[in-house]
Write a protein that binds this ligand. Structure first.
Ligand code: NAP
Length: 248
C-alpha cells in the first residue's frame, strides 16, 4: 500500500455508517479516497487517519448536501484535490425519516429529496468533467424502493428515484465509458437504522431476511468496491440488492 494510489475516489457521507466502511474498503484496494462529511469532521479525520496509518492515501472534504449549491461546492473542492480525474464516485450520503403519510411534512419531504436525490444528481453533473473512460459511479438505493416496509413512503420514493436515475445516467454516460450502478441495502446496523438495537427491531429485521443476522456496514462495502472495480466492467444501469435476501 505504499505505492501511489492508482485510482481516486470520492465517498460522500463517509464520516460514519456505510460510507465509512466503503471509504475504508476502497482505500484497502489502493484508491486515494476523499472522505466526505457534513458535521462529523472529527469522525471523517479519524477515517482518513485510519487509511493513512495503513499506508493509504486520504483527504477529508466537507459540504452540506442539503443546500442547492452543496454539490457544486463539493465538486469544486474535489477538483482542487484530485485535478482532472476521478475514477470512483460513491454518492452515499443520505437521510431517512419514518413518518406516516398523514404525519409527513412538506419540509421533511423536501429535505429528503434534496439530500437523497438532488445532491447525487448535481454531484454527478458537476463532476462529469473529471469522470471518463472506466470511471464508476455508485449510488445508494434501498430495499424499500421495491417493497413497502415500515412508515417510509417519502424516503422510499427518494430511493425509487435513485433506481430511475441509475438507468438514465448509465444510458446517458455510457458512450463516455462511465458506468453507473446502485446498491440497495436492506436494514444495516447504523445510526440511520438504530431500531436494530432494540430486541423488537432486531426480531422484525431477522424475520424478513433469508439470512439470519443483522447486516453491518462492511457487508455493503464489498459490493460497492466490486462495482467500482474493473471486474464489474460490463455492469451498468443496475441496482444490486445487497440485503441478505430481504422480503423475498
Ligand atoms: P448514517 O449512518 O446516518 O450516515 C449518514 C451519512 O450521511 C453521514 O456521514 C452524514 O454526515 C451524511 N449526511 C447526512 N446528511 C447530510 C447532508 N445534508 N449533507 C452531507 N452529508 C450528509 O447513514 P447510513 O445508514 O450509513 O446510510 C448511508 C446510505 O445508505 C444512505 O444513502 C441510506 O439511505 C442508505 N441506506 C441505509 C440503510 C440502513 O439500514 N442503514 C438501508 C438502505 C440504504 P455527517 O455525520 O458528517 O453529518
Amino acid at each position: 500500500m505504499s505505492s501511489p494510489a492508482s485510482k481516486t475516489a470520492l465517498v460522500t457521507g463517509a464520516s460514519r455508517g456505510i460510507g465509512r466502511a466503503i471509504a475504508l474498503e476502497l482505500a484497502q484496494s489502493g484508491a486515494h479516497v476523499l472522505v466526505h462529511y457534513r458535521t462529523g469532521v472529527a469522525e471523517a479525520e479519524a477515517v482518513a487517519g485510519t487509511i493513512r496509518d495503513s499506508g493509504g492515501h486520504a483527504d477529508v472534504v466537507g459540504a452540506d448536501l442539503a443546500t442547492p449549491d452543496g454539490p457544486h461546492a463539493l465538486a469544486a473542492r474535489v477538483r482542487e484535490i484530485v485535478g482532472d480525474r476521478l475514477d470512483i464516485l460513491v454518492a452515499n450520503a443520505g437521510i431517512s425519516k419514518a413518518a406516516t403519510i398523514e404525519d409527513t411534512t412538506v419540509a421533511d419531504f423536501d429535505r429528503l429529496f434534496a439530500v437523497n436525490v438532488r445532491a447525487p444528481f448535481f454531484l454527478v453533473q458537476q463532476l462529469l468533467p473529471l469522470l471518463g473512460e472506466r470511471s464508476s459511479v455508485i449510488l445508494l438505493s434501498s430495499a424499500v424502493a421495491r417493497t413497502a416496509i415500515g412508515t417510509l413512503a417519502a424516503y422510499a420514493a427518494t430511493k425509487g428515484a435513485i433506481d430511475t436515475l441509475v438507468r438514465h445516467f448509465a444510458q446517458g454516460l455510457g458512450a463516455r465509458g462511465i458506468r453507473v450502478n446502485a446498491v440497495a441495502p436492506g436494514v444495516v446496523d447504523t445510526d440511520m437504522s438504530s431500531f436494530t438495537k432494540s430486541e423488537t427491531g432486531r426480531q422484525v429485521t431477522l424475520a424478513m431476511q433469508a439470512l439470519k443476522r443483522i447486516a453491518q456496514p462492511d457487508d455493503i462495502a464489498g459490493s460497492v468496491a466490486f462495482l467500482a472495480s474493473d471486474e464489474a466492467r460490463w455492469i451498468t444501469g443496475h441496482t444490486l440488492s445487497v440485503d441478505g435476501g430481504s422480503k423475498l
